[in-house]
Ligand binder design. Structure first.
Ligand code: SF4
Length: 1002
């Protein structure tokens, strides 16, 4: 261990003593403390822990969880040098424990008063061992996680034990699948050291799941999914002392942004004789104590910190002095299968050793008390009864006298009891919304301050001028294949340190705040120096989307070096924008330096020079658009988005001519009704003003009958389509969507059911544990005719993870859409723009849509959805800009027509989001469709759109009249409705009576 100077140690200790937040350097220094310096460090850490326990109402209490250990499989696709758990198929009687074996352990544990079933297993063994694949196939499970899910349900139903799942690396969708069957999950971060992963002979070499970026992404996805999550670091596996400090700061960043890290384990390496690392010395216990103390100081008072009691020899008191407040899981029945040579201490011994240090041992559940008490959205409703049976309702700790018994786990029936403000669809136009924001505004979207810190100063200081928050080096996926093939987006290994160490669902701890810590931590390892040009930055200028590598597609530039101002467009500078109505600052090129990560904060301070496009660039791009519309390079397309004045008119004229070639002069609309069956949702989309918490004044859920009634009313008014989407209500079973479709078809068999966004499809598939394909096929059988291609927003995860806390990643959107097309369900495609995105994102998004269309042919239209800001949370929080400008709206509608020429015929504008005059303008610049009469548009109205919640046919015709173009009613598929439908819609003017506004009498 390298030494640090005593003066540096004294200075860092003084800061810790005074409650000042530490940066990585200071934390690293403190990790060296020994002797009396260590005593001082422990004293400061103890004080912080005690304050946290007092604030939590658990003064003087150290917790543990009484558990059984279920090693579901000891096969693993990884090869970690220190692991004695993983083994080979010939060394175990079977690849997986059988259900009977699982239940036998769980039953015995329940009989001994255990309350947690810890499922620990190797990472996706079927990827490496054919024996595992064969076993799963022969037992009817698609993958290891399906088996885990099934066994978790059996344990809940037959024993009442609460599963805690430790199945290794999980993707966003895996977390959706597993959340309803386990109140908590976990995965050790271990370390952020890339050296251990990349260098041959190091502990994590050859283990794909030990890539620190992958593991950090798991922590983030768990936070996005509202899963109470356990993580931690492993010390003594070859990492440096600084690596340890950085690992703690990485955990702190995620804890603060999402509030989902329920505990942090600080675990010491213990060499095992039959492993590659058998020669390494065990991590010293004083070193462990110093690490725990620094973890406590860095993570703050509200984080729960744990040291496994079977790995600390007899140094219980030392660990308590270091600042732990939890001993983790202790089993009276099963050994620690990961450290089999080290038996758990008897609980009575642990109790007495804890008491000797002045603390009382109390049992907790696998889900920590803060999350038990918070309930939704951390605890899935399917688990509420199981947790309530074991939890003390006052403290959220375990009821030690609880008698374990299995309780049914099942999807709720229906979930369609009408509740709340079911007339909101009409009242939104009369009485309006009750409050401008939902009651849980401060935490349902994650931590706003942490999000702000993640953005660069330029990104959120001036929402009115900042159009481009992402660096132009960031490259969105260019093809459906790339999106599907690319690895999940990486998180930023050194990303932004929080100004706080809050970890409880709502917690913010002022005493851990450290602006200096944030900036020190925020420098990512690969941050490019000002003036540098990354390979990705250079890709802005490439003409062909194929030139973008799949790796570049979804893993953003943060870890490999954010590109500072101007640099990203070095080779594309000549294509950059001319000043326009939005001002130079709205150019993605001009602000390309406003890179996304903290790593480019310094770079972002240097404004871009010479990044503006010239009129010559726009002219050249216009020429290319006229001669080879779909061949526009990214830079040319971006330049066109800056077109203004005569250039904009010319752009519109080119688009208008392409529209004429593609679909003629008809302006079309459909007579339809939106039915938003519930607005209860905890996904945390930061642009969404529609979603409410269950108990909010504006929350509602419609019954199946109400849904069918509305469809019937619409049918009587001549509608040919209902468009049905809703919030991701935690009570709805995965089959609810099928019931909705059936209810409509039963009442109105001729109605086209255009329903369920890709987010809803994933929600339905996850809850039923069906594949996306199987779920879509079932939905089609239930009556779904087509899918709205909503939830696309911008198909770039760096934008998405600002726009939403928990909505599906871009890759999942593409998978749902392409699968729908493959099974014969057509979809629309959309883009919501003008919030925290930039013009390059728009271009990449549209090009990606084109590529998908070229591969599947399943899109019926492309719909442009300008961001409506007024009540959008992300705007209220001061992060997004107030939607696109009029110039941008004209330009992007025209550009969509141009870029999609020869692929998608129908370009639709949204009268809901554009004013009538803007609709008219875009109709003369590439648009041929106005969407529907809608009858009850509530989503944009809740966000503050002032364009009404329906349009009659007369109003739509009036809007188009001045263009001189013919107007015609269409079906969803752009055919002609039957005469009977046309007559019915003419009679109602396209809108049913029940939603018509009644003007107040004068
Ligand atoms: S956009 Fe949909 S998923 Fe997101 S919060 Fe709103 S209702 Fe929920």
């Amino acid at each position: 261990m390298s030494l640090v100077s005593d003066s540096a140690l004294r200075r860092a200790l003084a800061r810790a003593r005074d409650g000042k937040a530490l940066d990585v350097t200071e934390a690293t220094v403190l990790l060296h403390a020994r002797g009396e310096r260590l005593d001082a460090l422990l004293e400061h850490a103890s004080r912080v822990r005690d304050a946290g326990l007092q604030a939590a109402g658990r003064e003087g209490i150290i917790t543990y969880s009484r558990k059984v250990f279920i090693p579901l499989t000891r096969l693993c696709r990884d090869r970690c040098g220190y692991c004695t758990f993983a083994t080979a198929p010939h060394k175990v009687p079977a690849p997986f424990m059988s259900p009977d074996e699982v239940l036998e352990i769980a039953r015995q544990g329940a009989a001994m008063g255990c309350k947690e079933a810890l499922f620990t297993l190797g990472d996706r063994p079927e990827d490496r061992w054919h024996q595992a694949r064969t076993w799963l196939d022969s037992h009817g499970y698609d993958d290891t996680l399906s088996y885990v899910r099934a066994m978790a349900i059996r344990v809940l139903e037959e024993t009442g034990l609460l599963p805690h799942l430790n199945p290794g690396v999980l993707g966003w969708r895996d977390l959706q699948r597993l959340k309803p069957v386990a109140p908590s999950m976990g995965m050790m971060l271990e370390t952020t050291s890339r050296r251990l992963f990349e260098e041959k002979g190091q502990a994590h070499y050859g283990s794909p799941d030990k890539d620190p970026a992958v593991r950090l992404r798991v922590l983030e996805d768990a936070g996005r999914t509202n899963v109470p999550f356990t993580t931690g670091i492993l010390i003594g596996i070859g990492e440096t002392i600084e690596d340890r400090a950085e690992s703690l700061f990485a955990i702190r960043r995620v804890a603060r942004e999402y509030g989902g890290i329920q505990e942090v384990i600080v675990q010491n390496f213990r060499a095992k004789p039959d492993t590659a690392m058998r020669g390494l010395p065990d991590a010293d216990l004083e070193e462990l104590a110093a690490t725990i103390a620094v973890a406590r100081l860095v993570l703050g008072p509200r984080v729960r910190i744990q040291a496994p009691p079977n790995l600390v020899d007899s140094e219980y008191e030392l660990m308590i002095r270091a600042g732990i407040d939890d001993w983790g899981g202790v089993s009276p029945l099963t050994p620690d299968h990961v450290n089999p040579e080290r038996p758990w201490p008897q609980i009575s011994l642990l109790e007495s050793r804890t008491a000797s240090a002045g603390f009382r041992l109390r049992e907790r559940l696998t889900i920590y008390p803060e999350y038990v008490l918070a309930g939704e959205p951390w605890l899935d409703p399917r688990l509420t009864a199981h947790v309530a049976a074991l939890a003390d309702p006052a403290t959220g700790l375990a009821r030690e006298d609880a008698v374990l018994r299995g309780l049914p786990w099942q999807e709720p029936d229906g979930g369609f009891a009408a509740s709340g403000r079911v007339d909101l669809h009409v009242e939104v136009d009369t009485a309006g919304r009750t409050h401008d924001r939902r009651d849980d505004f401060d935490h349902v979207y994650g931590d706003w301050d942490a999000l702000r810190d993640r953005l660069t100063p330029a990104a959120h200081v001036a929402p009115h001028s900042a159009a481009s928050l992402l660096g132009a080096d960031h490259v969105a996926p260019s093809s459906a294949d790339e999106v599907l093939a690319a690895p999940a987006p990486e998180t930023r290994p050194g990303g932004i340190a929080g100004a706080d160490a809050a970890v409880s669902p709502h917690a913010v701890s002022p005493d851990a705040v450290s602006p200096d810590a944030a900036s020190a931590q925020g420098v990512s390892p690969g941050a490019a120096s000002p003036g540098a040009v990354s390979a990705r930055g250079a890709s802005l200028g490439v003409a062909s989307p194929q030139a973008v590598s799949p790796q570049a597609a979804l893993s953003d530039g943060v870890s490999s070096g954010a590109v500072p101002a101007g640099a990203a467009v070095a080779d594309g500078a000549s294509h950059a924008a001319a000043p326009n109505a939005a001002g130079a600052a709205s150019s993605p090129v001009a602000e390309s330096g406003a890179g996304w990560s903290a790593s480019s904060k310094e770079a972002a301070k240097k404004p871009s020079k010479g990044a503006a496009a010239t009129p010559g660039d726009v002219r050249q791009a216009l020429r290319r658009a006229a001669s080879d519309p779909a061949g526009l390079s990214d830079a040319e397309a971006v330049a066109l988005l800056q077109a203004d004045g005569e250039a904009l008119d010319e752009l519109a004229a080119i688009a208008d001519e392409l529209r004429r070639q593609a679909v003629g002069d008809d302006v079309t609309y459909v007579v339809n009704r939106n039915i938003n069956f519930t607005n209860v949702c905890y996904t945390g989309c930061r642009f969404c003003a529609f979603a409410q918490r269950r108990t909010d004044a504006d929350a509602y859920t419609l019954s199946l009958d109400q849904v069918a009634d509305r469809a019937e009313e619409a049918w009587q008014a001549g509608a040919t389509e209902v468009c049905m989407q809703g919030g991701i209500h935690p009570d709805l079973p995965g089959t609810a969507y099928f019931e909705l479709a059936r209810a409509i078809k039963a009442r109105t068999p001729g109605m086209h059911v255009h329903a369920f966004s890709p987010m809803e499809v994933i929600n339905g598939a996850s809850r039923t544990d069906m594949s996306i394909r199987a779920w879509l096929e079932a939905a089609r059988e239930a009556g779904v005719d087509s899918l709205p291609g909503t939830a696309a927003e911008i198909l770039d995860d760096d934008v998405r993870w600002v726009l939403t806390k928990g909505k599906l990643p871009a890759k999942e959107w593409v998978e749902v859409i392409t699968t729908a097309h493959q099974v014969g369900i057509p979809t629309t495609s959309t883009m919501m723009y003008g919030h925290v995105d930039n013009h390059l994102h728009w271009v990449r998004h549209i090009k990606l849509i084109r590529r998908i269309q070229e591969e599947t042919g399943g899109f019926s239209e492309f719909v442009l959805l300008p961001f409506v800001h007024t009540s959008a949370p992300i705007y209220l929080a001061g992060i997004a800009r107030p939607g696109p400008t009029a110039q941008e709206n004209r330009a992007v509608h025209a550009l969509a027509r141009i870029l999609l020429h020869g692929a998608i015929k129908n370009i639709q504008c949204s009268w809901v989001k554009l004013r009538d005059d803007l609709c008219r303008q875009v109709l003369q610049g590439g648009v041929n469709d106005l969407g529907g009469t809608l009858m009850e548009e509530t989503i944009s109205r809740m966000a503050g759109s002032e364009n009404g919640s329906y349009k009659t046919i007369s109003e739509l015709r009036e809007m188009v009249e001045v263009t001189g173009r013919p107007v015609r009613q269409r079906t969803t598929e752009y055919g002609t409705p039957t005469q009977e439908r046309l007559d019915a819609s003419r009679a109602s003017d396209g809108v049913c009576k029940s939603v018509r506004r009644v003007l107040p009498l004068a």
